[in-house]
Design a protein around this ligand. Structure first.
Ligand SMILES: [Cu+2]
Length: 99
């Protein structure tokens, strides 16, 4: 009985459940380089580089120090290209799909 109540609750909540997706920043670039999410989801970038600061321009144009994380919630379906302004060869993409 208790399980079925939880199952119903999960079915109701699941369609609107926003997710958080992780993107790692390393010296070679963003991993994954391209990520597809749903509108309302959040992407969390973590600078996993031991030595260098990086940016996620234009979303976070200020330097992100090693070990630091920043999150951004994407609410509008769109394709967002971003790059590191310190190392412009580092490019990434967030594809935001309609829910
Ligand atoms: Cu960089």
């Amino acid at each position: 009985m208790r399980i079925s109540v939880l199952a119903i609750a999960a079915a109701i909540v699941a369609p609107v459940l926003a997710l958080e997706h992780a993107v790692w920043i390393i010296s070679d670039g963003f991993v994954p380089q391209s990520i597809t999410i749903k509108a309302g989801d959040t992407v969390k970038w973590t600078n996993n580089d031991k030595y260098y600061t990086h940016t996620v321009t234009p979303i976070f144009p200020k330097p992100i120090s090693p070990g630091m994380s920043l999150s951004f919630q994407f609410n509008t379906p769109s394709i967002v290209d971003y790059y590191c302004s310190i190392h412009p060869f580092m490019e990434g993409k967030v594809i935001v799909e309609k829910v």
